[in-house]
Design a protein around this ligand. Structure first.
Ligand SMILES: Nc1ncnc2c1ncn2[C@@H]1O[C@H](COP(=O)(O)OP(=O)(O)OP(=O)(O)O)[C@@H](O)[C@H]1O
Ligand SMILES: [Mg+2]
Length: 331
């Protein structure tokens, strides 16, 4: 559905270019919820913006490409032709981080729906007919049609987020990109939003990409996921596989730090901090924090490769770590 090849993105700053995404290659399939995890500042939002083609100064693409399959067989959108924007709403839509602020505070929600529906899609209808279609869609999502007459400030944070998701999915796009859709909401509301995304994905049979720094969200809703570290994927594969058997030392530490019911042992965070993207270390960017790193890690960037079917890892010792683990388990 979405194919990314050797993608690199940077920001222009007065101190020079900050290279955020470094040579990313991966695929997101049809009919799946794909998760993107990683610490703050690792480049999750930059990646979604690049996928959605909101590349405005100071952001720039340094290389690579993104290919998006359209609804009709043979439709293929890519940057080269400047055409990912042509796919907006109908083929791909985007729920930005802190999406609540994207709603215009001084306009009723009905105008915001009308403004976001492409002209060609409402040409044969009167305004009332389009609004009736929107109202019915809100009801399908268990939301009240009266919301259309409300101003954004009249709604709770959770309700505003639901409205934004309704707006992003009204045209049944085959890809929905959601950046931290549940952050800043309390757990009960979070659960409702995640349930809404899962239900929509099931109904639309489309592709959802959910960015969250919360591993619990990924465990709950995603089928496959990628774990980013300092601008590229450390590990990517089936979510259950990654939780059951993490391979990259960063993933192991992330999952090891998660609280579990009944486990009273004290959890330790990952020591150190991610490197500054303005001055990243040569070699593996996780090496300064990695308990297994050696000279090679500090010199040579590990290749992001398929170490077993469907499982990609960027660690020099991905294969060796597995062997050592098996030895340790006595098999
Ligand atoms: N406008 C900008 N100018 C310069 N550098 C930027 C700009 N926006 C982002 N960056 C750089 O890009 C890096 C990645 O930012 P991004 O917003 O993609 O991270 P993120 O993973 O989404 O973080 P968070 O979890 O906090 O949302 C930042 O660490 C910062 O160095
Ligand atoms: Mg972000």
């Amino acid at each position: 559905m979405l194919k990314v090849e050797n993608l690199s993105t940077s920001y222009k700053t007065i101190d020079g270019d900050v290279h955020v995404l470094e040579n990313l290659s991966f695929e997101i399939y049809e009919n799946e919820i794909f998760g993107i995890a990683g610490e703050s500042g690792c480049g999750k939002t930059t990646l979604l913006k690049t996928l959605y083609d909101i590349i405005d100064f100071p952001m720039q693409i340094d290389g690579g490409r993104v290919l998006l399959s359209g609804k009709k067989n043979g439709d293929l959108f890519s940057y080269e032709s400047g055409r990912i924007r042509d796919a907006w709403w109908k083929n791909i839509s985007y729920v930005p981080q802190a999406a609540q602020s994207v709603l215009n505070p001084i306009s009723r929600l009905k105008s915001q729906f009308l403004d976001s529906i492409p002209e060609e899609d409402k040409r044969s209808e009167t305004k009332e007919e389009t609004l009736e279609r929107v109202a019915r869609y809100l009801e399908e999502l268990s939301l009240s049609r009266d919301l259309l007459h409300a101003f954004p400030f009249q709604l709770s944070g959770g309700m505003r987020q639901r409205v934004i998701i309704a707006l992003a999915t009204f045209m049944s796009p085959n890809v929905v990109l959601a950046d931290e859709p549940t952050t800043a909401l309390d757990v009960v509301v979070q659960r409702g939003i995640l349930a809404m995304l899962m239900r929509l994905q099931k109904e639309l049979q489309n592709t959802m990409v959910v960015v969250s720094h919360d591993m619990g969200v990924h465990y709950q809703v995603t089928k496959r996921m990628g774990i980013m570290y300092s601008g590229s994927f450390a590990e990517l594969g089936g979510t259950d596989d990654i939780f059951d058997d993490p391979i990259h030392p960063y993933t192991k530490m992330l999952i090891g730090a998660l609280p579990r019911v009944g486990d009273t042992s004290q959890k330790v965070g990952i020591p150190g901090r991610p490197p500054a993207l303005t001055d990243p270390p040569p070699g593996c960017r996780f090496a300064p924090r990695c308990p297994h790193s050696n000279e090679r890690c500090r010199q040579e960037v590990p290749e992001f490769r398929e170490v077993r079917p469907g499982r990609f890892v960027a660690c020099h010792f991905a294969e060796k770590v597995k062997i050592d683990d098996r030895k340790a388990a006595g098999s």
